[in-house]
Design a binder for this molecule. Structure first.
Ligand code: ZN
Length: 470
């Protein structure tokens, strides 16, 4: 096995036991933006949705796992997404970690951290000082979690409930498996990690109070029940998996409406109940040794709106000249790109963590369920733009018999990752639609999925292991 070899050789002479057990630490830090420092634009729906108050506070939550040889930090922020360069600023401050995943819950009721939801389509909604605060608080949480690490044992469980998800784009395919990990010190629960696949947007597009949406309620319910810290991670959300239009009733059996805190709370509690169900059936799992690989991937930016947003400064991250390969691209300036009208690319990354018996996929955006589980229509639906595009191998194809978990929006948010064969931007539209489906407008382009899934296969095959291993 290539896991554990490199650092193991360096560190095995330390005072650590040869095969130390798992240690896990927990921490959280507040990342609620101040409303006194200028307007806060709420992300996720239309532009210019200015926050008028705080309903519940936003957090970065961290769990730090250690096997005595290396540390891995898993963090989640109650935000719409963060671009890779912001996460690289965080990682630069915690070089003692072998891997750090900063994932966003994809909260649609928090501040704009990407740029697309400002006062107008031509002005960013990002407050740079606020991003600095997110970086600082995430570093603080990671360090505090590492400091608090205690020896633990772990249990693993899953539970499914398709009724808690609405898939609002055909084909209907819900990644409805919740994954939960319980860490124990004796009979006491030291912490819980829960991973579920849903857009946190129950409060919908009219709400102007900052909130973590249902995720805040899920975490609160589980913290109360298990009397321990809880880390919530968002997984598959493309396709698009949402709580909107999911029927949820109040205690008297009356239906609750989208856009209300009552529905948001009840939905969050229902997700917590599913997590409890998963943990009731949980079995022991070994999570050491800790290892992993990352791989940089360049992706072309075909989306004309994104290109325009770049040129006017609404999107702000380094750009590259797309040269036809996901493995390499040259950084360029916007001025050069304009002058030469060259195709643009972004640099993102994939992460594969192997935590003992558990495999974790870190995907840098909103992946469609079909790319995780399979189920791309074959033959293609009439009207699809690329009916003969090869079907991408699924993310989980190589892990059929393994315990697995997916972290979406992991270390980046590149938008939707759509099976190429389901790409549908040009008339006529699939499934008899009279207008274009939602999804393509928030995707880099039709080649995103084939390039990412090819890179994923290379990552799993260890082709680039020597270069990427830590
Ligand atoms: Zn989304």
């Amino acid at each position: 096995m290539r896991y554990g070899m490199v650092l193991g050789l360096v560190w095995c002479t330390s005072a650590m036991a040869a095969e130390p057990g798992l240690r896990v630490g927990w921490a959280q830090a507040d990342i609620t933006p101040a409303l006194t420092a200028g307007p806060v634009y709420i992300a996720g729906f239309g532009q210019n949705r200015q926050a008028t108050g705080v309903h519940d506070r936003l957090f970065v939550r961290a769990a730090v796992l250690s096997d005595g040889t290396r540390q891995i930090g898993l963090t989640s922020v109650d935000l719409i997404g963060l671009f890779l360069p912001v996460i690289e600023r965080i990682r630069a401050q915690v070089p003692e970690f072998a891997f750090v995943i900063v994932s966003s819950t994809h909260n649609h009721e928090g501040p704009d951290t990407l740029g697309l939801w400002g006062p107008s389509p031509f002005a960013t909604g990002v407050n740079a000082a606020y991003l600095d605060q997110v970086v600082t608080q995430t570093v603080t949480a990671l360090r505090a979690a590492a400091k608090s690490a205690q020896p633990v044992t772990a249990r693993w469980g899953t539970a499914r409930n398709p009724d808690l998800l609405n898939d609002n784009r055909k084909p209907t395919l819900k990644h409805d498996e919740l994954v939960a990990l319980q860490f124990q010190m004796g009979t006491k629960t030291a912490g819980v990690i829960v991973q579920w696949n849903c857009h946190p947007e129950t409060l919908n597009n009219k709400n102007t109070l900052l909130s973590a949406d249902f995720v805040g309620y899920t975490v609160a319910a589980l913290e109360k029940h298990y009397e321990c810290p809880v880390l919530y991670l968002t997984g598959t959300v493309g396709g698009l998996l949402t709580s909107l239009d999911v029927p949820i009733n109040d205690a008297q059996g009356r239906p609750l409406q989208d856009g209300t805190f009552e529905k948001t709370e009840r939905y969050g509690q229902a997700v917590a109940e599913l997590a409890k169900q998963a943990l009731q059936a949980a079995t022991p799992i070994t999570l050491t040794p800790l290892g992993g690989l990352t791989q940089a991937v360049f992706l072309p930016v075909d989306n004309k709106l994104y290109q325009a947003a770049w040129h006017i400064g609404v999107l702000n991250r380094p750009i590259y000249e797309w040269a036809g390969a996901a493995t390499t691209a040259r950084p360029i300036t916007l001025a050069t790109a304009r002058e030469r009208k060259c195709p643009l690319a972004v640099r993102t990354e994939l992460t594969w963590l192997r935590l003992g018996e558990l495999d974790v996929a870190g995907v840098p955006g909103e992946i469609y369920s079909e790319l995780v589980l399979g189920g791309v229509p074959d033959p293609a639906e009439a009207g699809a733009d690329f009916p003969t595009a090869p079907i991408e191998p699924t993310l989980y194809a190589a892990w059929k018999d393994r315990k697995k978990m997916l972290i979406g929006l992991a270390n980046d948010e590149i938008g939707y990752i759509i099976p190429k064969r389901q790409w549908d931007a040009v008339k006529p539209y699939a499934y008899g639609r009279t207008s274009a489906p939602y999804g393509e407008i928030n995707s880099l382009g039709p080649d995103t999925a084939p390039l990412l899934l090819t890179a994923w296969r290379e990552l799993l095959s260890g082709v680039k292991a020597g270069r990427n291993e830590k």
